[in-house]
Design a protein around this ligand. Structure first.
Ligand SMILES: C[S@@+](CC[C@H](N)C(=O)[O-])C[C@H]1O[C@@H](n2cnc3c(N)ncnc32)[C@H](O)[C@@H]1O
Length: 333
């Protein structure tokens, strides 16, 4: 891998250094040599908004007429916003991401650089108040929350411990998990799935979501999360930490060469949003959302074929069809 180190950067942990996943993942994502600092995601994996316009059409259908601005949080290369620019004329569009504005982005789309600090649970460059004041907001977080680094923990004889990892991805059990994380695990992982031996502690995702929802609700708006996830009764017994690199699933190694991701505890997110003052307006898999109101197929046979294959990919079980759509916010918007 090309070295992106700069003079003054802290020494990089060697391949034999053991650290809890919680700090190893943070570095692997955000350090100067981390994935989001050095890599172009399009070269590594594809998200559902890259498949075509259908996701954007379904998002646009959820945007109430009163909305003045759609903010895409963790917008990436802003494919969703580029489609929305045609679908929602007259609505301001803003992408928010820790990365720079994508080259060639539609001039109708605004851009704001901001980073959500998962340890301090706050935005570091102003947060929602700085992003837009253009009327009632509709926030979207599309395949964003699953990328926020979280602690990976294991369970032995009923006791939770940190999972430590070295620079090559080898693992070993670490120290006991702290009280706040234990309480979260008791609420969200132990109750419905007692056989679980490994988990990810999603408190930082709940906090990130609560910030967005609270801000949207205070302005009469709504927030939509679309992400991979699970509910209490179906937690993955061995957790859900995965890595993607160069178009394939890879071994999770915290060296910045792959995108690390773990599914979101969706029911914990629902609670976080409701505690932030929102009503839950939609909670469904993407297969149901896109299957309910299929867009009319284009008249030309080739266009119709492309549309059918996009619809099939976006609703396929085991992949994009399993994405959860969670809409929360003010009811009368
Ligand atoms: C998987 S990509 C999703 C991009 C886009 N929403 C899509 O669905 O194609 C995740 C995006 O979140 C951004 N991101 C990751 N962690 C972030 C953080 N803590 N604060 C702000 N942006 C972050 C990354 O830079 C990346 O563009």
């Amino acid at each position: 891998m090309v070295s992106h180190r700069r003079p003054g950067d802290p020494p990089r942990p060697g391949p034999r250094t053991w650290r809890p996943w919680r700090s190893a993942w943070l570095d692997a994502a955000y350090s100067p040599t981390g994935f989001w600092s050095t890599q172009q995601p399009g070269g590594h994996f594809s998200t559902a908004v890259r498949a075509g316009p259908l996701v954007a059409q379904a998002v646009a259908a959820l945007v109430p007429a009163s909305v003045g601005v759609v903010v895409d949080v963790g917008a990436g290369d802003a494919r969703l916003l580029a489609h929305l620019a045609d679908l929602l004329p007259g609505v301001a569009l803003v992408g928010v991401d820790r990365r720079v504005r994508p080259e060639g982005l539609d001039p109708r789309v605004g851009w704001f650089r901001d980073h959500f600090d998962v340890e301090r649970e706050r935005w570091t460059n102003g947060g929602p108040d700085a992003w837009s004041s253009a009327g009632t907001p509709f926030l979207v977080a599309h395949e964003w929350l699953d990328d926020l680094p979280v602690p990976v923990v294991g369970r032995r004889a009923g006791t939770w411990h940190e999972v430590e990892v070295d620079g090559r991805g080898h693992e070993r059990p670490g120290a006991a998990v702290g009280a706040e994380d234990r309480a979260w695990l008791a609420d969200w992982w132990e109750s419905g799935s007692p056989e679980v031996v490994r988990a990810e502690v999603g408190r930082a995702r709940d906090a990130a979501w609560a910030v967005l929802v609270r801000w949207a609700v205070a302005r009469g708006g709504r927030a939509l999360a679309v992400d991979y996830g699970h509910l209490a009764t179906q937690r993955p017994v061995e957790g859900s930490l995965l890595a993607y690199g160069r178009g394939r699933q890879r071994a999770p190694v915290p060296d910045g060469s792959v995108n690390l991701t773990a599914a979101v505890a969706v029911d914990a997110l629902v609670r976080a949003g409701e505690d932030a003052g929102a009503e839950t307006l939609l909670l469904e898999r993407q297969s149901a959302v896109l299957g309910r109101h299929p867009e009319p197929a284009p008249a030309d046979p080739l266009g119709a074929l492309v549309r059918r294959s996009e619809q099939a990919a976006l609703t396929a079980p085991g992949r994009w069809g399993d994405l959860w759509w969670l809409l929360q916010g003010a009811r009368a918007s």
